[in-house]
Design a binder for this molecule. Structure first.
Ligand SMILES: C[S@@+](CC[C@H](N)C(=O)[O-])C[C@H]1O[C@@H](n2cnc3c(N)ncnc32)[C@H](O)[C@@H]1O
Length: 242
């Protein structure tokens, strides 16, 4: 607990984050996040702490898959499909001490983009952008050190991989990294996942093999750095050549 929080609590006060006001904002494409926010509010919890309590904390994954690609000069990061920002807030913690750092959060849902603007309202480094599901509007060419996306490409069709591949190449600096997960049928876990979820009409995951995904990214000019199975999905790291 910070000194200020301790001091306030001695006098019976506590700092409470202002609740985002999302009245009238369309929940279209916001997936389960509006419901999770309601449930978290009912329990008096931060929504990201609430989601982590259900699905697990993302720190270990970030330490293993993303932070090894942070160098001393990493200061511009793009996250695609951040949901309510449970990964974003940890990435932000890494960027906070870095000069001129910036975290762009890009999501196609108006509800998510509005939520994130309010959730990170005191963080000058964060910019929440609502996109068209294809592009990174307003993000300059060759500016980003790293692009990360969790739980998004597992839902996309291949033509979206292609458009995000082009946008990532445009916005990454030479030497910058693109890291995301998808479901790779080269692994038995992915086959089992496909068989299990094929029976559920509410789910629409997409399944590919590494050769298809590599073709999209390597034809553009990306270099494959690593590919690792974690749970049911595969995290892949591509680098834009220096
Ligand atoms: C399953 S959630 C993952 C949220 C977060 N990354 C996490 O792992 O907790 C998918 C997120 O991607 C967003 N999304 C889905 N398709 C998208 C697209 N084509 N472009 C941008 N955002 C998208 C959704 O609005 C949602 O925020």
């Amino acid at each position: 607990m910070s000194v200020i929080k301790k001091l306030l609590s001695r006098f019976g006060y506590q700092i409470v984050k202002r609740q985002p006001n999302l009245e009238g904002i369309s929940k279209n494409r916001a997936e389960n996040f509006p419901r999770w926010l309601e449930e978290a509010n009912a329990e008096g919890m931060d929504v990201n702490d609430f989601i982590n309590s259900k699905v697990g904390n993302p720190s270990e994954l970030l330490e293993k898959i993303v932070f090894p690609y942070f160098t001393d000069s990493t200061n511009i990061v793009i996250e695609v499909g951040p949901g309510t920002g449970r990964f974003s807030r940890e990435i932000l913690d890494k960027l906070r001490t870095r000069n001129e750092s910036r975290l762009y959060l890009v999501d196609h849902s108006q509800w998510i983009a509005t939520f994130l603007t309010q959730y990170f309202e005191n963080e000058d480094r964060v910019e929440s952008i609502q996109n068209d599901g294809l592009s990174f509007p307003g993000i300059p060419d060759s500016c980003a050190d790293l692009i990360f996306s969790n739980g998004v490409f597992i839902e996309l069709n291949l033509s979206r991989f292609y458009t995000y591949c082009n946008e990532s190449y445009r916005t990454l600096k030479p030497g910058g990294y693109l890291i995301f997960n998808y479901i790779d049928l080269g692994f038995d876990q992915a086959w089992e996942h496909m068989k299990k979820f094929s029976e559920n009409p509410r789910f629409s995951f997409s399944y590919f093999t590494s050769s298809v995904i590599d073709r999209v990214f390597m034809e553009k000019g990306f270099r494959l750095v690593s590919r690792s199975l974690i749970g049911n999905s595969t995290y892949v790291v591509y680098q834009k050549p220096s």
